[in-house]
Design a protein around this ligand. Structure first.
Ligand code: FES
Length: 115
């Protein structure tokens, strides 16, 4: 024996028992499930899973563009990836999207046969 005594740790008198586990585990499970559901609900409100349009005219119930054939000219290139800053026209943003996601999107090209 060295003669040194161990420091005295004050005790709160609390003892963790099996009965505490019976209460603590279900409470923790319910809290975790509730947290998951709340975060899932909050995320769903801002952008629902599976949406392809993440930024264009989101205040509109439907994004529709219409063009007369006579006004198209000899060639028009339309975006189908929903990432173009010039939507509905393609600005080449699909290339970055494809590179980042492994997707294979590309534009719709309409042209006169001789163009
Ligand atoms: S930018 Fe969307 S298809 Fe080209």
């Amino acid at each position: 024996m060295s003669g040194h005594s161990l420091p005295v740790v004050p005790s709160s008198g609390f003892k963790f028992t099996k009965e505490h586990l019976v209460v603590a585990v279900p409470v923790a499970v319910v809290a975790a499930a509730g947290g998951f559901l709340v975060s899932h609900y909050l995320r769903a409100g801002s952008c629902k899973k599976g949406q392809v349009n993440t930024s264009i005219s989101k205040d509109s119930p439907k994004v529709v563009h219409s063009f007369d054939m006579e006004d198209i000219g000899t060639k028009a290139v339309y975006c189908r990836c929903w990432k173009s800053k010039k939507f509905p026209y393609c600005d080449g943003s699909h290339a970055k999207h494809n590179e980042e996601t492994g997707d294979n999107t590309g534009p719709l090209i309409i042209k006169k046969r001789d163009a």
